[in-house]
Design a protein around this ligand. Sequence first.
Ligand SMILES: Cc1cc2nc3c(=O)[nH]c(=O)nc-3n(C[C@H](O)[C@H](O)[C@H](O)COP(=O)(O)OP(=O)(O)OC[C@H]3O[C@@H](n4cnc5c(N)ncnc54)[C@H](O)[C@@H]3O)c2cc1C
Length: 410
Amino acid sequence: MKIVIIGAGVAGAILAHRLHGLPGIELLCLERVGLGDHAEAGTGLNVGPNAIKALRRADPALAAEVEAASLPWNRWTTSLADGTVLADLPLPQVADNPGIRIRWSELYRVLRTAAGTAIRYGCTITGIGRDPARPGCTVVEWTQGSQAYRMDGIDLLVGCDGRYSDVRAAFSGAPEPHHIGAAIGRALVEDSSGGLIDDYGQWFNGDHRLLAFRVKPGHVYIAATFPTEPGAPVRPEWSTEAVVRAAWQPTSGKPLSAQMQWLLDAFCGALADSHWARVQESEPRFAEPDAGVLYLGDSAHGMVPTLGQGATQAMEDACAAALILEREIRAGSWDVRAWLATIEAARLERVRFVMALSVAATDTLLAGADPVAGTRWKTEPPFLADLARLYRDVALGDASATPAAEPVAG
Ligand SMILES: Cc1cc2nc3c(=O)[nH]c(=O)nc-3n(C[C@H](O)[C@H](O)[C@H](O)COP(=O)(O)OP(=O)(O)OC[C@H]3O[C@@H](n4cnc5c(N)ncnc54)[C@H](O)[C@@H]3O)c2cc1C
């Protein structure tokens, strides 16, 4: 049985690690970048408690390594730019375990190192399609260095190649982006805050939001949000100091809080290196069953970043797929269509819920938003129940989902 994974990012590296060495499997994971090249991953990630819960279940040793390379995410505070606290949520109120805060490059390093020789680096895909000789199978051609390779008769092809997935484009067509009406600029800065910035915080001024948290080693991740027309391009002036400082000048007339002052100074100092993207999502799709193709992570579902669920869901996807595939393979069940149906059944409804909640929580990023009202409903029981469902009810296609998740009083 030939299984090929395209992309060794968050989802691909986790899956490659778990499938590597399973009996009856010839596994290849082809990654575009070179070994040790995590340069494309410059900023920080807050990964939800649900991803850590899933990884602890699917791959406890890997979960321990990821947690050791990160800082725990235990608390979520929301304030105004002048320091007025709007919400302060201890995550144990809605989660069974902490999330994590980690440099993106560090997450890649840990996951790719664990997958070891299962990953082939520096691969350029030159051809991808259905196998004309074997219905239900696929063919992949690639180069690595000066060598050209081809594998045909692939029984399961897994697209883990991220947001602009060539695999999904080849078999299902590229998904249409749905723009929500905000753009985010991100930067990773050295932590000279003297302890002012640590766990996950958000600071609002009208419809502008700064988000920040500390990551190992000695850095702070900062993300600044500007509202915009859905689909409008990122505006160059958002990367200018004058515009950024004006956007977070407190509407209350009070001075900036000490935290905000440091964050603004640090973000303005890093504007030249900031990375900007529009907030968008795309229709989820997990499989192209008649071709034996599976999509996981961003290739399966573009996700708005408001609740930090992009990498988080990529981890849940990979854990679910790993557990299901391992169970089927060890049971001697080699029906790829049945595998795909089981994975999609485990994941699709869950991902739709996460996407809808992420969009609902984006209200405070949209033009004209009131951060006080927009934060208030997020402190009330219905939203807390949804957060508890998000963080506790991981959907792995096994017995791990805890049905009736309720927030714990506190
Ligand atoms: C700036 C930024 C900040 C973010 N912050 C957060 C956050 O705080 N929390 C969170 O949960 N999510 C966050 N996300 C989203 C998160 O990074 C993604 O959702 C996550 O990385 C998706 O994982 P993945 O495995 O699907 O794809 P990726 O991690 O993108 O991995 C795709 C892999 O495929 C490889 N690849 C691509 N094309 C090919 C090809 N043709 N051939 C071979 N290899 C290929 C790439 O090199 C890469 O290694 C953020 C995203 C961005 C851009």
